[in-house]
Design a protein around this ligand. Structure first.
Ligand code: GLA
Length: 726
């Protein structure tokens, strides 16, 4: 199937009507600047249309009466002020205590072919805000962010709400919203429900992205499916406290305000000061939830991830094998076995530093544990390198135990409030990364540990939420640390990466507590959950994949029975589950039998063969876990020449008969060969009748992996566009 010709992403402006049209590969977003009313109105977001039409399209307005917010839901950036009664994107308090804003439009600036800025200011007060719109090349994701400037000479302006964007949705009779929720060891559970009239809020008040929600929401009119129907998605690149507020008015308007912060988390702008929000990303597709995910994956690879092209190594991690009880000897024993299995990176997890015998002490004192590593870490690192693997190390730089030398010398560095108890969670306190002296300290020891021990990879953890989060010195915006801590973290990560360009980083926060497009701009992969049960993991991975690509999704094969759930799962199923992302191994290899290790080595070998397809290909969720007896995922290589199918049957139900599996993203005209059995099918058979499933072993937790290769080339392949999903 030919990829439909699409115009290049661009910004088109019609000066006379004030219309701005943002064109992505397969969608259009239109706004109109109204200089008389002093606002920017939303016109259209959806299927492509020409500028000539966009110029004349009416802007929706509510029936005008003395109780109505006439423009509620249709402004690009609603402020608190005037007859507006919806969720404001911007709400402030001026030095005299007044709040209402009266916007006027200053200018529409085209900054580049793909970037336009609408500048607004208050009619009389010294505040300007700039709405940035960018259309990144090659895709359907739009980026928006906002900058605020205090242009006066006296008095502070307090920002109470300071959203990145308001994204109005088109009119539909009803809306369904989708998002993920969960908790520690149970992240990524996808839920779709009817959007009620009113305000629906997801977010985090925890200072980190959160296990409990993830900063994105998807919408459809109730009629979309995995591979069909119109879908809109909004996400936020924020790793601190955040909030997405979807609003549906009784009059039929729907939209979402996306921004950092939450109620009560205010930011102070001093005269001359400015603040820039994180980027909010959004997309429209006419081809279902699956295409929305593939578009996001593509965007993250093209525009966000630092090294999207690099194959992620097969890693071994010591945590589930040795917990805190690490030593040079037991890590060497694991490293040798890991190398035998084909691991390419060995990661020494928690427990390696001074005072760290359990989770009650040590965080903050980042020098090797003298009893466990009397010679330091370097001999272990050297041996790991000699075994042909990279060397990785667990760190948790933003945390401190009260029982540590760091805390004893800097008790004021933790988040705390005067005369309040500083709550300990997992026996630890949070270091205030909004303070330069704290981030300089962190950068100092990180540089030393990385350089001294030839560290190639850091697993960067964050194991508790914020409490008593006040910045120091305090002030009217004492809780700004909810926003500024993550910015301090970004600065440390950016500088560390600049100093060590070959260093790779895995983001972890007690599992998937900090997964978002902001952290992904400065890390290479993420640990989605501390739950390594291969069956539970299918659900976590399904939720993860809604926004994030398999190439950043770390997944380990651990022991059976699983230490968390007690479930007994065959080696093959455990591998097949983890092979759907960035394969790692986390079991106690000293207890694996020769037969198990031989099987594992063979599965690692197979993974290395499919790795480019899984990590860089297009992902199709064929069957969602929990919705039937089977779950299945398919990946198609960038050039369309290979496909990998993973299918799992967590439990047997009503006998062995299984349907064929209808594949996606294949060229109907081409023929494909199963690399194991040698059987051949046409793309149209695989798409229409489906792939006849290989026989699965009897019993619970059965799985299969099928590798297909295109054997003849009848012409151009489906390419990455929506046509490929048909
Ligand atoms: C967190 C991580 C685990 C492990 C432990 C170590 O819980 O998610 O993988 O690193 O910390 O304390």
């Amino acid at each position: 199937m030919m990829k439909p010709a699409a115009p290049l992403p661009s910004v088109e402006i019609d000066e006379a009507s004030g219309t701005v049209l943002l064109r992505t590969t397969y969608s259009v977003y239109v706004l109109r600047v109204d200089r008389v009313a002093g606002t920017v109105r939303h016109v259209h977001w959806g299927a492509p249309l020409p500028l000539a039409d966009a110029v004349t399209l009416p802007v929706w307005s509510e029936h005008d009466n003395s109780f109505a917010g006439r423009w509620d839901g249709v402004e690009e950036y609603p402020v608190d002020g005037g007859a507006r009664f919806g969720v404001p994107a911007l709400e402030v308090r001026f030095p005299d205590g007044s709040s209402p804003l009266e916007p006027t439009v200053l200018a529409v600036d085209r900054r580049a072919a793909d970037h336009v800025v609408v500048r607004l200011r208050d009619r009389t007060r010294p505040l300007t805000w700039h709405l940035h719109y960018r259309v990144p090349a090659d895709g359907d994701v739009l980026e928006r962010w906002t900058e605020f400037h205090h242009t006066g000479a006296d008095g502070d302006v307090l920002l109470l709400r300071y959203a990145s964007a308001h994204w109005p949705l088109p009119h539909r009779p009803a809306w369904r919203t989708g998002s993920v929720h969960g908790g520690w060891a149970g992240e990524g559970r996808l839920e779709r429900s009817v959007l009620p009239v009113g305000e629906t809020v997801i977010g985090s008040r925890r200072g980190h992205t959160g296990h409990h929600a993830n900063p994105w929401m998807a919408w459809d009119a109730g009629d979309a499916g995995e591979e069909h129907g119109e879908v809109w998605v909004v996400a936020l690149a924020a790793s601190g406290t955040w909030r997405l507020t979807a609003q549906r008015t009784a009059a039929g308007r729907t939209g979402v305000v996306a921004g950092e912060g939450h109620e009560g988390i205010e930011l102070r702008l001093a005269p001359g000061g400015s603040h820039r929000t994180p980027v909010s990303l959004a997309l429209y597709t006419a081809h279902g939830f699956g295409q929305a995910s593939r578009d996001f994956h593509h965007h993250l690879r093209m525009h966000v991830l630092p090294h999207p092209e690099e194959p992620r190594p097969v890693l071994y991690n010591s945590w589930e094998a040795t917990s805190f009880d690490v030593s040079e000897d037991n890590q060497l024993a694991l490293a040798r076995r890991a190398a035998d299995l084909g691991a390419e990176l060995f990661v020494l997890d928690d427990g390696w530093f001074r005072g760290r015998d359990d989770d009650r002490a040590g965080l903050g004192d980042w020098t090797p544990h003298p009893a466990r590593f009397p010679r330091g870490l370097r001999p272990l690192a050297d041996e790991v390198h000699r075994l042909g693997m990279a060397f990785g190390l667990w760190v948790e730089p933003e945390m401190v135990n009260a029982d540590s030398d760091l805390f004893r010398s800097h008790p004021d560095w933790v988040l705390h409030q005067p005369d309040r108890t500083a709550t300990e969670l997992r026996n630890q306190l949070v270091l205030d990364f909004s303070r330069p002296e704290v981030t300089e300290w962190a950068l100092g020891w990180l540089r030393k540990v990385v350089a001294d021990n030839a560290v190639d990879f850091l697993k960067w953890d964050f194991n508790r939420a914020f409490t008593e989060a006040g910045a120091h010195p305090a002030g009217p915006d004492a809780r700004r640390v909810h926003v500024e801590h993550a910015r301090g973290l970004y600065r440390v990560l950016d500088r560390l990466r600049a100093d060590f360009p070959r260093l790779r980083i895995e983001a972890c926060a007690g599992g998937g507590g900090r997964v978002d497009p902001g952290i992904l701009a400065r890390t290479d992969q993420v640990w989605p959950s501390d739950n390594t049960d291969a069956v539970d993991r299918l659900t976590v991975q399904h939720g993860f994949s809604q926004l994030y690509p398999a190439g950043v999704m770390s997944a380990w094969v651990t022991d059976s029975p699983n230490p968390l759930t007690g479930r007994v799962v065959p080696m093959r199923f455990r591998f097949h589950s983890a092979m759907a992302g960035v394969l790692g191994i986390g079991g106690d290899l000293t207890r694996w039998t020769d037969t198990e290790r031989a099987e594992a080595a063979e599965l690692v070998r197979v993974y290395k063969d499919i790795r480019p397809v899984v990590q860089r290909g297009r992902q199709y969720r064929l069957l969602a876990p929990g919705e039937g007896p089977l779950a299945a995922v398919q990946y198609v290589s960038e050039d369309g020449g290979r496909a990998v199918v993973l299918v799992w049957r967590p439990s047997t139900a009503f006998g062995p008969a299984l349907p064929s599996l209808r594949l996606r993203g294949l060229d109907a005209e081409a023929r494909y060969r199963d690399e194991e059995s040698g059987r051949e099918w046409s793309g149209s058979t695989l798409r229409s009748f489906g792939l006849p499933l290989p026989e699965l072993p009897a019993g619970d937790c059965a799985s299969a992996l099928v590798r297909l290769r295109r054997i003849e080339d009848p012409g151009p392949g489906p390419g990455p566009g929506p046509g490929a999903g048909a």
